[in-house]
Design a protein around this ligand. Structure first.
Ligand code: NAD
Length: 321
């Protein structure tokens, strides 16, 4: 069995490799070659932790495994560790023997950013110039860096519930040589692409804050009850997702579905657009919305890629197991 520890991931994994792995696995999901197992998420009654498993099997790439981990709210304060902790385990699909154990913390941020980036590549207008960020926490910086690679953006605008956090994304804009402007929520009407990545349980962005032709990637809602945008916005938009079952139950679409504003059949897999079996954006004034819920196969895809990179560089740790 090979081990790739968390400390080695930053040197090995690139945004490009994460993008390619996620685009490929979304395509495999839509063509039926890859499927996710039901998600397990438990409040374990110890340290306030939420712990769970996300797994799946990609028959095309022969990637089988799971990500185990979750959220320990006291880690930072009590132990100086980050609160989100996860590890990916890969198995040989021919034998069931474990093949790799991979640090999953940085990979989670890279694969989540890759998902919205894949949606921008396939759904945003080719002439998109202004990107709007809603959220300025840990994931937001990864999201913005990956998104900026997809179009020739000329400006970043941002809104955050906690405005004192906005310098986090302003810094990323500056690194890319782009101007940054803090706006109010109606100011998001000036964006061609909007990414929302917050932990909110009530909508911030309203339907009339969004201009025709915008592409949105709603990435923060990954649990029942969370919500970032007004449900009516989904009724105005053409809605895409990583996985429909998650979108309607734990994703942004859960609210529009329960309010009866859209039906499950209104939501398409982003992988279908990648495969060319769904036309994706069909007009310049259409609003497209990607509901990125985060699937286990994304984790397995980036973990498998990083194992290959570690083997190539001769730094994968081999253990007899
Ligand atoms: P974080 O704690 O670093 O940042 C949280 C962000 O949410 C900040 O911008 C904060 O200002 C904002 N926020 C907090 N309360 C708010 C409120 N009431 N209204 C509006 N905004 C509010 O968290 P993070 O690590 O950046 O994660 C952000 C979200 O992304 C979380 O909900 C997390 O579960 C989710 N996430 C999703 C995926 C996926 O695959 N879709 C993957 C990882 C994380």
């Amino acid at each position: 069995m090979l081990i790739v520890p968390e400390r080695d991931i930053a040197d090995l994994m690139t945004r490009e490799a994460a993008f390619d792995a996620v685009e490929k696995v979304f395509a495999a999901m839509a063509s039926g070659d890859a499927y996710n197992f039901p998600v397990v998420r438990e409040a374990i009654g110890h340290e306030g932790a939420l712990y769970g498993f996300k797994g799946g099997f990609d028959r095309a790439d022969l990637t089988l495994g799971l990500k185990a981990g979750g959220y320990w709210p006291n880690n930072l304060e009590k132990r100086g560790l980050i609160n989100h902790q996860s590890t990916v385990f890969l198995f040989d699909p021919d034998t069931g023997k474990p093949s790799a154990m991979v640090g999953g913390n940085l990979l989670t941020a890279l694969r989540t950013a890759a998902a919205s980036s894949v949606s921008i590549k396939h759904l945003a207008r080719a002439d998109a110039k202004v990107i709007g960020m809603i959220g300025a926490g840990h994931q937001a910086t990864f999201q913005l860096r990956a998104a900026l690679e997809q179009r020739t953006f000329e400006k970043v605008i941002g809104w955050n519930y906690h405005p004192e956090m906005l310098p986090n994304i302003e810094k990323v804009a500056a690194e890319a040589g782009l101007p940054f402007e803090a706006v109010d929520l109606p100011g998001m009407a000036g964006a061609d692409v909007i990414i929302s990545i917050t932990s909110a349980f009530a909508p911030s962005l309203m339907a009339d804050h969004v201009s025709p032709g915008t592409h949105l990637a709603c990435m923060g809602t990954d649990t029942r009850g969370k919500q970032e945008v007004e449900a009516g916005l989904l009724a105005r938009a053409t809605v895409f997702t990583d996985e429909v079952a998650q979108s309607i139950s734990i994703g942004e679409a859960q609210h529009a579905i329960s309010d009866g504003l859209i039906k499950e059949s209104d939501i398409a897999q982003l992988g279908a657009v990648i495969n060319g079996t769904h036309p994706g954006r069909t007009s310049e004034d259409q609003i497209t919305l990607f509901d990125g819920t985060g699937v286990g196969l994304q984790d397995l895809a980036v973990a498998a890629a990083v194992v290959d990179l570690a083997v190539d560089r001769g730094i994968a740790i081999e253990v007899d197991f």
